[in-house]
Design a protein around this ligand. Structure first.
Ligand code: ATP
Ligand code: LTN
Length: 328
C-alpha cells in the first residue's frame, strides 16, 4: 500500500479552506492508503503562540480529524512533537538546504513581510516539513495549492540526499484537489482563506455556529454586478463562493451556475449559507461528542507509538549514511 502523509497546524480554528483543500482528501485516501495524519505543533510555533491556546487548538485539530471522518483504526493520527524523529531529521535536512532556496518560499515571504524581526524558525520551516514527509518515506501528500512549493523543496532535498549518500528517500508527489485547492478569504478574494487571519469575518471556521456562518456569508464581499457566473478573473469573489457551494452541495460549477441563473446575489448567498451549515452540522455534533469523551488522548498516544518505530528507523539509517557513529 502506498503511504500518504499530511499535517495541519494548530495555529487557530480550522477553516472551510482547510477542510476542502486538505481534510476532505485525508478522509478519502484512508480507505486505499497507509495514512499518517498529524497536528504539526512544531510548525505552529514558528509564529508566537499563547501556550494555553496552543494546547487547546492542538487537541481541537486532532478531534476535528476524527469528526471529519478519519478513522483511527485505519489511519495513524498523532501529534508531531510526540515523535522526536521529526525534529532530528529536520535538523539533518536543514544542513542540506540553501539560504537561497528557503528565501524563495512564498509562505516565508508572506509571513515575514513587514516584520522587524523575523524568526529563524519561520525561515527553516520547510526543512522540518520535508522531514515530516521523508521520515515515513511518504509517496503522496494531500495539501492545498499553497503547499506546492514546499513539496517541490521536499523533493529537491530528498534528491540531494540520495545523490550524496545513496538512494534512500522516496520522492513524494503532491495530491492537490482540482476544485477547492485554494479557497479565498470572504473579505478579500486576492488572499487565501486562512485560520490565522485576525479578521474572523474572513473565514468560516468548521466550528462556527449556524448563525455565525449565515452572518459571515451574508457579509462576504461580492462585486457590483448581478450574475452568479463562474469567472475567477472577472468575478473572483462570486467565483469563490460558487466553488464553496459546489463543494458543499456536491455539484459541478456548471450546475451551480444553472441553478442560480437569473437570481440575485442575496438569494444565492442565503442558499449557500444553508448548504455550508448542513455540510458542517454532522461534523460539529461528532466533534463535541469526541471532546466530551476525552478519548482523543489515548488515540494520539497509540498513534505516536506506532509511527515512531518507522520514524526512528529512518533517522538511524540517515545518520548511518551521513557518517554518524551510532550507539552500539
Ligand atoms: P495559517 O493561517 O496558520 O498559515 P492555514 O489556514 O493556511 O494556516 P495550514 O495549517 O497551513 O492552514 O494548512 C493546512 C492544510 O490546509 C494545507 O494542506 C493547506 O494547503 C490547506 N489549506 C489552507 N488554507 C487553504 C485554503 N484557503 N484553500 C484550500 N486549502 C487550504
Ligand atoms: N506546511 C504545511 C503544514 C505541514 C505539512 C507537513 C503538510 C507541516 N508538515 C507535512 C503536509 C505534509 C502548511 O502550512 N499547511
Amino acid at each position: 500500500m502506498k503511504r500518504v502523509l499530511s499535517g495541519i497546524q494548530p495555529s487557530g480554528q480550522l477553516t472551510l479552506g482547510n477542510y476542502i483543500g486538505a481534510l476532505q482528501n485525508f478522509v478519502k485516501l484512508q480507505h486505499t492508503h497507509e495514512c499518517y495524519f498529524m497536528v504539526v505543533d512544531l510548525h505552529a510555533i514558528t509564529v508566537p503562540q499563547d501556550p494555553a491556546a496552543l494546547r487547546e487548538q492542538t487537541e481541537s485539530v486532532a478531534a476535528l480529524f476524527i469528526a471529519a471522518g478519519i478513522d483511527p483504526a485505519k489511519a495513524n493520527i498523532f501529534i508531531q512533537s510526540h515523535v522526536s524523529a521529526h525534529s532530528e531529521l529536520g535538523w539533518l535536512l536543514t544542513t542540506l538546504s540553501y539560504m537561497g532556496e528557503l528565501e524563495r518560499m512564498t509562505q516565508f515571504k508572506d509571513k515575514s513581510a513587514g516584520k522587524d524581526s523575523i524568526g529563524t524558525g519561520l525561515f527553516v520551516y520547510p526543512t522540518l516539513m520535508a522531514a515530516d514527509i521523508l521520515v515515513y518515506n511518504a509517496d503522496l501528500v494531500p495539501v492545498g495549492d499553497d503547499q506546492k512549493q514546499h513539496l517541490e523543496l521536499t523533493r529537491d532535498l530528498a534528491q540531494r540526499f540520495n545523490a550524496r549518500y545513496g538512494e534512500y528517500f522516496t520522492i513524494p508527489d503532491p495530491y492537490i484537489p482540482e476544485v477547492g485547492a485554494r479557497i479565498m478569504s470572504l473579505d478579500d478574494a486576492s488572499k487565501k482563506m486562512s485560520k490565522s487571519n485576525p479578521n474572523p469575518g474572513s473565514f468560516i471556521a468548521l466550528l462556527d455556529p449556524p448563525d455565525v456562518i449565515r452572518k459571515k456569508i451574508s457579509r462576504a464581499t461580492t462585486d457590483s454586478g448581478k450574475e452568479v457566473r463562474f469567472n475567477p478573473v472577472e468575478k473572483p469573489e462570486v467565483s469563490n463562493l460558487m466553488s464553496i457551494y459546489a463543494l458543499c452541495a456536491d455539484m459541478t460549477l456548471q450546475q451551480v451556475e444553472q441553478k442560480f441563473e437569473g437570481q440575485m446575489y442575496g438569494a444565492f448567498k442565503k442558499d449557500l449559507a444553508e448548504q455550508v451549515v448542513a455540510k458542517l452540522e454532522p461534523l460539529q455534533t461528532r466533534y463535541h461528542e469526541i471532546r466530551q469523551s476525552g478519548e482523543i488522548h489515548a488515540i494520539l498516544k497509540q498513534g505516536a507509538e506506532r509511527v515512531a518505530e518507522v520514524a526512528d528507523k529512518t533517522v538511524r539509517d540517515v545518520k548511518e549514511r551521513m557518517g554518524f557513529v551510532l550507539p552500539r
